[in-house]
Every structure is written in structure tokens, then in C-alpha cells.
Design a protein around this ligand. Structure first.
Ligand code: ADP
Ligand code: MG
Length: 703
């Protein structure tokens, strides 16, 4: 629809409106439009203020025809010379305009009605704004915005640059502009709280100044800077938005700290025994993390600590030391892992460390026999089990603990927040929680998405690890890898061959893994090549994993079921098929399955040529870096926070103005203000949070 259908705009405000008014009170805004605007986070007039233009038009002055530039927008004031309707199949209305020197401009309308045509008359003064094009007869414009000023229509001239807003379907630019202007006007009638102004000591524009500049910049304002999101007015708003998100998490943390948990008195009977039984010396980083955790659990405030460490950094033993403290204090500990393979591996690992100390371990997964399960449920209920290891099965309703005091979640990014909470609810008092992740989280995300957690980082690998050499090879040269496999296996080492089909069902993945298995078995007749995939039953899987860990399988062909946590230090070669389809974090995780022993390891990334630029970048990053934090940061830059965090943390990806990747440098400033506001009164805090975070998305509200 052309703009001509609109009556001249008059910003006549019938009643005084306030920023706290719901948008439905706006003139001409019906329930359907309100719903559309709600979907982009606009509920109240105040929210309209933060819907910022993505570009500007300059209607502050008229352009003389001889200075008009083709391809650019311009505003003209000219006289109508002649009107013509082309009788072609596709009708056209042509309106020829002239300036004082008889220079011409042609307006073309492809959609018009007779009313509109009749409104134009020779000699009328007309203002028109649009993109200047060049046609057969010289300069032209298609469907410009226009006003017949000599017929009394209001002028198009504006004092400041005019905003162009991003639209949502069913909402027109003129409408949105009108409503946003009403909201800007309502600032005068409302008490728009600017929490940061009083704290910033005039180092930044005020909220009001920032909004005015961004919606209606003066001519001469640094528009380039705005388009690059580096303008002080934008920084002012971005800092406030980041601050609101941090604040909502910090409040969540404070709320948690007000709850009462069990105090564990740190003892060293069991831990001393464990320490003397392990064959290695704990790294400094592991020792530091254990101390940090011990401080938390010896307090009545519930711990919620994120233990980050790169693949192979030795997080498991830190968790074991934590569990031991729970047990010495008479409590049970639950360890939840995202896959059965990982759970069963933890069962083995924990048993090896803890059985000699007389500690009982129960095991719960979804695929146990009824009898088995009943037995395990029993010893969990009556307290015979000190430790319970399992998958999602752990938080099902019929699982009840005698005295759950500690929850350890491994590979937390695989679980949702709610799953974590439902396990914690099984305790009489809120348990201490240790959340482990092998996908290092870039600092900017820790500050924005995990501000409610305390954080410990194992930033040191056990000594003697040799960085895995990573090479990329086209899948057409797949057969060349066979010799390398023979060589590795002749050296008594082992091989993973990972088949990946992203976005496919597990059965399709299994099928492709089957083909690869056939190929390898045929070509490596002297080696034991065995297939494992998610469609197999639990016993089959665990028997295969056992054989692989004990060295009875040379080549393990696997789907990504082995992605996280699997620990077989004797494996030193990993081949990843279709590596170009996997994300950086996932590739780093997979690669982390090798390089766990003391021999040098190789990771071969097979790819289907031709490689996209993006895939090439990803493979390059992996070849150049073995540091998970470094890789996570690059992953964040390539894919953005939404993809990196997954849907559980949608709020962080879904900000109105701020963008964690682009604006990460402002997080520290935001942190300064969020701390200050955390110590101010509740109403201020809630006001700030409600301004920036939709009610249904607020971390605070969901707690
Ligand atoms: P991740 O952090 O990836 O979960 P694990 O806890 O599985 O790593 O540990 C990886 C391997 O490193 C295991 O074989 C473990 O026994 C070993 N390990 C852990 N800590 C040390 C250490 N301080 N010195 C030597 N080896 C260690
Ligand atoms: Mg692990």
C-alpha cells in the first residue's frame, strides 16, 4: 500500500499519556497490533522508547534538483507542471515537477486511485521525499512520501533527522513513529527513573538525553558512530540493559543465599585416605578449586558453584573430594550425568576411588530392569547408598533420598535449569550444588548469563599432557588414513572414528556409522573395529565401552554419543567425519577424548569439499588453539550467544539493544552499576528489571 492513503499526520494527543500506560491505550492501536508489539517486548509506552531506529532520513532541508544524487534520499519542494495517466496494461500515474530554473523531476505511481489523481493540479506546490532514481526522462522518484502544501497539508520539513524503525509484520512505519513520539512526549508527564544518572557523575548522557539523541538526532550528530553502535548515547542504554540483566541474576543469587543449607564440617579422614590412594598429585588449580568449594559447603548458605575446566583438566576428582565431605558429614551426594555412557563411566571412576574407602554407590538410569531399579531405589531411600550416580532418571518422582546434601551436575550445559532445580527439591534442606562444565564459557557470558553462580576455574592441565595435533583432510583422501590407524594400533594405542550427521535422527546417524564401520573393517582386517551408537541398548553400549577402556578394541566407530566426558587415556588418534558441520565447542569436546594420556595424539578433521568460509574459519581456529576458553570466545564471535548458550539462557541472547559479543567491553561498567543498585532499595531494582526484561523471561521471576 502506498503512503498516499494516509491522511496527513497530526500528532494530536487527546489525553495526557504516561510511560506506565499499556500500549493499548494509544490512539489507533488495537488488540491485534498490541499483540504483535508484545511479541517484540513492547507492553507499555516506556518499552516503545527502547525500540530504536536502525537508520535515519534527512528531511531537515530541501535539496535543489541540480544537487540531487542518484541513489540517495532527498527532500524537494517543487511545482506540479503536468499530470498524466499512462494507458498501458500496468497503469501508471506520472506527475511532472519543475523548479524555478525549469529543472525536472518525475514522480511515478504504480498504484493509485482517482481520488489521489484528482488531488494533483497544475501549479500546486508539492513536497516530496524519497530515493532519487534516473530514468529515460531524467530524475525520477517512485511512490515518494509527499505533501500538497498549497492545499494546506503540513510540511515534511523536520527539525532533526527522522528515525526509521525496524518493523514487525502488520505495523506500519508511520504508525510506529507516531506512537514512539507519543512515548517520547510522555517522558515529560512521567517520572522516568534514571538510576544511573546520579551514580555516573555526569560521565554519560542522561537516559532522557540518550533517548532523544537516538530517536531524533540533530543534523550534524555523528551518525556513523550510531550506525557502529559506539555512540555515547547507545553506550548509556547498553550499560543500563546489561546492568538490568546482571541485577536480575544477582538478586537470584541473593535470594538463594538467604536460604539455609546444611553445614559440612570439613574433615580429612576420608579425603586424606583418598589423597594417599590416588597415583597423581593434584594440580594447583585443582587444589584451589577444592578449597573454594570447601569454604562454600562449610557455610549454611547453599553453594551454587560452577566448576569450569577444559576437557581433561581433571574435574572429576574435584567432585569426588566434594562428595567425600558430604559423606563424612552424614549426607548423601547425587551425581547427575547427561548420558548413560558418562554415568556408567562415573560409576566406574567413583567406585575405583571410593569402594576401597567403604563408601557405597547406587546407580540409576532409565534403562535398568525393574528389579535392579527397585534395589537401587531402596538403598537410596534407606541411606545405605552414600553416593547416587545416574542420568535424568535421578530426578524422577519415585526417587527419594534419605538425606541428600550435595548435588553434582556434570556437563551442565546439557541440562535445563528446571531439571537441576527438581533434583535439588528432593532434599529436606536445599542441597549444596556443584555444576561442572567442560565447555569453557567465555568471560562475557559468565558475567551476563551466569552471574547468579559462583565460579571456580581449573586453568591448568595435569602435567605431561601433550597438545593434540590437529589436521584437516578432505574426505576424498579418507583411505590415506588407514595406514595411520595401523601404525597407531601397532603401537598398542587406540583410535576413535566419529561419524557425525548433524540434525539427523539417531537412526540415520547409526546407518552412516554402519557404513563407515563396514569400510574400516574391510580395510583393516587385522584390527578389532567395533561400532557403538545411541540406538544400542545400555548393556551392549557399556560392554563395548568396557572393552575399549581395557584395550580390547582397537578402533571404536562411534556417533557423537561419545562426545562428552568419555575418558580412555590410551586412545591417541581421533578421526571426525563431516567435521565442517559441527560447532567449535563440540569439535573441541570430541577432540578432548584424545590427548588424555602421556603419548602425543592426533585429531584428523575430515571434511566434504568445498569448505564454506565459515567452516574453514572453524577448522583453522581448532588447528591453532587447544585452549578451550580461547575456542569458546571465537565460537561466541562466530555463532552468537543464542547458539552458544542454547535455549535455556534465551534472555541473554534476546536483549533489546545490547549484544554480548559486540558490547562485551561494557560489561564491566554494567557490573559496577549493578553492584551499586543491588545495594539500593527494592523498588528501584524491580523498576529497572521490568524496563528491560519481559516478565516471562526474567530470571528473577522464574526462580
Ligand atoms: P574432565 O575435566 O574432562 O572431566 P577428568 O576428570 O575425566 O577430566 O580427568 C581426565 C584424566 O586426567 C583422568 O584420567 C584423570 O585420572 C586424570 N587426572 C586428573 N587430575 C590429574 C592430575 N592432577 N594429574 C594427573 N592426572 C590427572
Ligand atoms: Mg568430565
Amino acid at each position: 500500500m502506498g503512503l498516499w492513503r494516509l491522511a496527513p499526520i497530526s500528532i494530536a494527543i487527546s489525553k495526557v499519556q504516561k510511560l506506565s500506560d499499556p500500549i493499548i491505550l494509544l490512539n489507533g492501536l488495537g488488540p491485534k497490533t498490541a499483540e504483535k508489539l508484545n511479541s517484540i517486548g513492547i507492553y507499555k509506552l516506556e518499552h516503545l522508547l527502547f525500540h530504536l531506529p536502525f537508520r535515519y532520513q534527512n528531511k531537515t532541508k530541501f535539496t535543489p534538483i541540480n544537487q540531487a544524487k542518484v541513489g540517495e534520499e532527498a527532500l524537494f519542494e517543487l511545482v506540479i507542471d503536468r499530470i498524466e495517466e499512462l494507458p498501458t496494461k500496468q497503469r501508471q500515474l506520472l506527475c511532472y515537477l519543475l523548479d524555478k530554473d525549469n529543472k525536472k523531476l518525475l514522480l511515478r505511481f504504480f498504484h493509485f486511485n482517482q481520488y489521489q489523481k484528482q488531488a494533483f493540479s497544475r501549479g500546486d506546490l508539492i513536497q516530496c521525499f524519497g530515493e532519487v532514481k534516473i530514468g529515460r526522462y531524467g530524475l525520477e522518484m517512485y511512490h515518494p512520501e509527499y505533501r500538497l502544501v498549497s492545499k494546506g497539508q503540513s510540511s515534511l520539513i523536520e527539525k532533526t533527522l527522522s528515525p526509521v524503525y525496524p518493523l514487525t509484520s502488520g505495523v506500519r512505519q508511520v504508525q510506529l513513529k507516531k506512537w514512539i513520539n507519543i512515548a517520547l512526549d510522555a517522558i515529560k508527564n512521567s517520572n522516568m527513573v534514571d538510576h544511573i544518572e546520579s551514580m555516573s557523575k555526569n560521565s554519560m548522557p542522561t537516559l532522557r538525553q540518550a533517548l532523544e539523541t537516538l530517536h531524533h538526532p540533530e543534523e550534524g550528530e555523528n551518525i556513523e558512530q550510531i550506525l557502529e553502535f559506539k555512540h555515547p548515547s547507545q553506550q548509556r542504554l547498553i550499560i543500563e540493559e546489561l546492568c538490568a540483566h546482571q541485577l536480575s541474576l544477582l538478586l537470584l543469587k541473593r535470594q538463594r543465599k538467604n536460604q539455609i543449607s546444611n553445614i559440612f564440617h570439613i574433615k580429612d579422614n576420608l579425603s586424606g585416605a583418598l589423597l594417599s590412594s590416588i597415583k597423581f598429585k593434584l594440580t594447583k588449580a585443582q587444589q584451589r578449586c577444592i578449597s573454594e568449594i570447601n569454604i562454600d559447603i562449610s557455610s549454611a548458605q547453599p553453594m551454587l558453584r560452577l566448576l569450569q575446566g577444559d576437557v581433561g583438566s581433571g574435574k572429576t576428582i574435584v567432585a569426588v573430594f566434594t562428595c567425600i565431605q558430604a559423606i563424612e558429614n552424614g549426607f548423601q551426594a547425587a551425581i547427575m550425568a547427561p548420558t548413560e555412557i558418562l554415568a556408567s563411566q562415573h560409576l566406574q571412576g567413583f567406585s575405583k576411588y571410593l569402594n576401597p574407602l567403604g563408601i557405597n554407590i547406587a546407580y540409576l538410569t532409565g534403562s535398568q530392569s525393574a528389579k535392579d531399579r527397585e534395589e537401587q531405589l531402596n538403598i537410596i531411600r534407606n541411606g545405605v547408598a552414600n553416593i547416587v550416580i545416574g542420568t535424568h532418571a535421578l530426578f524422577q518422582e519415585n526417587v527419594s533420598f534419605e538425606s541428600l546434601g550435595l548435588v553434582v551436575i556434570d556437563e551442565q550445559h546439557k541440562f535445563g535449569v528446571h531439571q537441576r532445580l527438581s533434583l535439588a527439591q528432593k532434599a529436606l534442606k536445599i542441597p549444596h550444588q556443584l555444576v561442572m562444565t567442560a565447555t569453557p564459557i567465555p568471560r562475557s557470558l559468565t558475567m551476563s548469563a551466569y552471574a547468579d553462580l559462583d565460579c571456580s576455574i581449573i586453568d591448568e592441565l595435569p602435567p605431561g599432557r601433550i597438545a593434540t595435533k590437529t589436521i584437516a583432510i578432505s574426505s576424498q583422501r579418507k583411505h590415506e588414513i588407514l595406514d595411520k590407524i595401523k601404525q597407531v594400533c601397532n603401537n598398542n594405542s587406540q583410535v576413535y572414528w566419529v561419524c557425525t550427521l548433524i540434525d539427523e535422527s539417531e537412526s540415520l546417524r547409526a546407518e552412516s556409522a554402519n557404513k563407515t564401520h563396514d569400510f574400516l573393517q574391510t580395510n583393516l582386517p587385522d584390527l578389532s573395529v567395533v561400532l557403538i551408537h545411541g540406538k544400542m541398548n545400555k548393556d551392549e553400549k557399556s560392554s563395548i565401552m568396557d572393552k575399549f577402556s581395557t584395550g580390547n578394541i582397537d578402533v571404536l566407530v562411534a556417533t557423537t554419543v561419545i562426545e562428552v566426558g568419555v575418558n580412555v587415556p590410551n586412545a591417541s588418534l581421533m578421526v571426525i567425519e563431516n567435521s565442517e558441520r559441527l560447532g567449535l565447542a563440540q569439535l573441541h569436546q570430541l577432540r578432548g577424548r584424545v590427548g588424555r594420556g602421556n603419548q602425543s595424539s592426533i585429531c584428523i578433521l575430515l571434511y566434504q569439499p568445498p569448505l564454506s568460509t565459515n567452516a574453514e574459519q572453524r577448522i583453522d581456529i581448532l588447528r591453532q588453539s587447544s585452549d578451550g576458553f580461547d575456542i569458546a570466545q571465537k565460537d561466541l564471535e562466530l555463532r552468537g550467544p543464542g547458539e552458544v548458550l542454547g535455549t535455556q539462557q534465551a534472555g541473554v541472547a534476546d536483549m533489546k539493544i545490547a549484544n554480548i559479543v559486540r558490547d562485551g567491553y561494557l560489561l564491566k561498567h554494567a557490573g559496577y552499576y549493578s553492584q551499586l543498585i543491588l545495594n539500593s532499595d527494592d523498588s528501584k531494582q524491580l523498576q529497572l528489571i521490568r524496563r528491560w526484561i519481559d516478565e516471562d523471561k526474567a530470571h528473577y521471576a522464574n526462580a
